[in-house]
Ligand binder design. Structure first.
Ligand code: 5BU
Length: 464
C-alpha cells in the first residue's frame, strides 16, 4: 500500500468516517463497521487530498462526461470535472418513481461516455440501476470510480454487465492498515471479514430483505392457492344492490373484494354484515381501500369508530405513510392481534399520472413497512413496464406482498390520469395480486370478465 493511501485511511479514521462497533444498516443487517464518507467535505485538507487521488485515477481513464451521484460524491465529481476540463452532469436524486421527467441535472443535450463517480460500492446493485438508467437515457456507461470499495466481490458481476470498477481504497485495505496501526483488534477484523464474505455480491441488501409473513398475509396466500386466483375485485359502485349483484356473481373468481365504503350511497350497517357473511360463505377477504393518511390518533377514530367501523369488518386496509409511521401505529396500536388477522397495505407507488411519489419516498415506505411487518402485509405499487416493476419489486422484502391497481386487459388510461398496465405485465413484473375495477364492473358480463382476468393473472403467477 502506498503512503498516500495510508495517509488517506488514517485521515478517514481520525475524523470518524470509519467506525467499528455494531451498526444496524437500512436493510436491517447488523454490521461490525460503518463508513460515513459524507463527513469528508467538512475537512478541507482531507477532502482536497481525496480529490487529488480521484483526479489522478480519472486522468488515466477515457471518458467525455463526469457523472456525479448524489450526494456524497458530488463535490469530488465537480472537482474532477473542473481539473480535467470535462463537463459535469449529476444524476437527480429525487427523481420520479417512474414515467416522464429528466433524471439528469446539467446540460440535457450532452451525451457520451461517462465516468460515474460515487463514494462507495457495496453490492453493486445500485450501480447496475444507475448504469441502466443512464444507458436508457442514451449515455455510454462503462466506468465507475468510487472512493471505497467495500464490496464482497461485486467486480466480476459488474464486469459481466459491462462495467469496470476503479476505487481508491478497499475495505480490506482499511482493515489491514488500522489493524497494523493497533487501532483495530484482530477479533474485530475476523468479524468484519465474516460479515463481508457473507454478503451476496449481487444484492446483499436483499440478503436481509426478508420478513416473516404475518397471519393476514398467510391467510390471503391460502385463499389464493385454494381458489387459484390472485384477482382483487375493486367494486367501485355507489349502489348497494349493484354491489352485491356483481359480487355474488364473481365471488368464486376473487381472492379479495376491495371496497370504498364511503361511496355507497345507501349504506347501512346491514351492508357490512351482509358483506362479511358472503365473504365467509364464498371464501374471500375484504379489503377497504381507505387510504388512511392522518396522524395516528385521528386514524384510530377513523378505523375503529364512525358510522363505518371499518375495523369491525375489513381484513385489510390501505394506508399512506406521508404523515409518518404513527398512521399505521394508530391503526394497530397494540400490534398484531393473534385472534383476528388484520393488516395494512402501504401505498409505495400510485398508478395515477403525475403523482408526487418519488423513488426515495417509495424506498422509505418500504423500509418502514419492513420494520412493521407484523401489521404491514405489503404494498400497493405500479410501474411503467415489466422491468420497472421488477426493479421496484426487488426492494420489497420476501414475505410481504405487492398488490397492483391500474390493471386492464389492454394498456391505456382514463380521462382523469389513471394509467393501465395489462394483467400479464403486472404479474410478470412481480405483483402478487392484480386489483381490477372498471375493467370488470363496467363489462357487459362482470363475472365472465372476472374469470378472464383471473385466468390471465393466475397463469403468469403459476408459471413463475
Ligand atoms: P379501476 O377502475 O381499475 O381504474 O380502479 C382502480 C381502483 O384501485 C380504484 O378503486 C382506485 O381507488 C384504486 N387505486 C388505484 O387505482 N391506484 C392506486 O395507485 C391506488 C388505488 Br393506491
Amino acid at each position: 500500500m502506498n503512503n498516500k493511501k495510508k495517509d488517506f485511511i488514517r485521515g478517514l479514521y481520525e475524523i470518524g468516517a470509519v467506525k467499528f462497533g455494531s451498526f444496524t444498516l437500512k436493510s436491517g443487517l447488523e454490521s461490525p463497521f460503518y463508513l460515513d464518507l459524507r463527513k469528508v467535505i467538512s475537512y478541507p485538507k482531507l477532502h482536497a487530498f481525496m480529490c487529488e487521488m480521484l483526479i489522478e485515477k480519472a486522468a488515466e481513464l477515457s471518458f467525455d462526461i463526469v457523472m456525479g451521484i448524489p450526494y456524497t460524491a458530488l463535490p469530488s465529481a465537480a472537482s474532477i470535472a473542473e481539473k480535467l476540463e470535462k463537463p459535469l452532469l449529476m444524476l437527480r436524486k429525487e427523481k420520479k418513481a417512474y414515467g416522464a421527467g429528466g433524471i439528469i441535472v446539467g446540460d440535457q443535450e450532452l451525451k457520451g461516455r461517462c465516468l460515474i463517480v460515487d463514494d462507495l460500492i457495496t453490492t453493486g446493485s445500485s450501480k447496475f440501476e444507475t448504469a441502466d438508467s443512464l444507458r436508457a437515457e442514451g449515455f455510454e456507461a462503462s466506468d465507475i470510480l468510487v472512493v471505497v470499495d467495500r464490496s464482497a466481490g461485486a467486480e466480476a458481476e459488474l464486469k459481466a454487465r459491462g462495467l469496470e470498477l476503479y476505487s481508491l481504497i478497499s475495505l480490506d485495505e482499511i482493515v489491514d492498515l488500522l489493524c497494523a496501526d493497533g487501532s483495530l483488534k484482530i477479533e474485530k477484523v475476523e468479524e468484519i471479514r465474516a460479515f463481508t464474505s457473507g454478503l451476496s455480491a449481487v444484492v446483499p441488501a436483499e440478503a436481509g430483505n426478508k420478513v416473516e409473513a404475518n397471519p393476514l398475509t398467510l391467510k390471503l396466500l391460502e385463499v389464493m392457492k385454494r381458489k387459484e386466483t390472485n384477482l382483487i375485485l375493486s367494486l367501485d359502485t355507489e349502489d348497494a344492490g349493484e354491489f352485491f349483484s356483481i359480487l355474488e356473481a364473481s365471488a368464486d373468481k376473487i381472492a379479495m373484494v376491495k371496497t370504498h365504503i364511503d361511496i355507497i350511497k345507501d349504506f347501512t350497517p346491514d351492508f357490512t354484515r351482509r358483506l362479511v357473511k358472503l365473504a365467509g360463505e364464498k371464501d374471500f377477504l375484504i379489503f377497504e381501500d381507505r387510504k388512511f393518511a392522518d396522524i395516528g390518533n385521528t386514524v384510530k377514530h377513523q378505523f375503529y369508530g364512525g358510522i363505518y367501523n371499518i375495523a369491525d369488518w375489513a381484513d385489510c386496509v390501505t394506508s399512506h405513510l406521508i404523515a409518518g409511521e404513527g398512521t399505521v401505529k394508530g391503526l394497530f396500536p397494540n400490534g398484531a392481534n393473534p385472534d383476528r388477522p388484520q393488516a395494512a397495505f402501504l401505498l409505495a407507488r400510485m398508478s395515477s399520472k403525475g403523482n408526487l411519489i418519488t423513488e426515495d419516498y417509495s424506498r422509505r415506505v418500504i423500509d418502514a413497512g419492513r420494520g412493521s411487518s407484523s401489521i404491514v402485509s405489503g404494498y400497493i405499487g405500479h410501474g411503467s413496464d415489466v422491468d420497472d416493476i421488477k426493479k421496484f419489486r426487488a426492494m420489497i422484502p420476501e414475505g410481504q406482498l405487492l398488490l397492483m391497481p391500474g390493471v386492464k386487459l389492454e394498456r391505456g388510461s382514463d380521462k382523469l390520469g389513471q394509467q393501465y398496465l395489462t394483467a400479464e405485465e403486472a404479474i410478470a413484473g412481480g405483483a402478487d395480486c392484480i386489483i381490477v375495477g372498471r375493467g370488470i364492473i363496467e363489462a357487459e358480463n362482470p363475472a365472465e370478465t372476472a374469470e378472464i382476468y383471473r385466468q390471465r393473472a393466475w397463469t403468469v403467477y403459476e408459471n413463475k
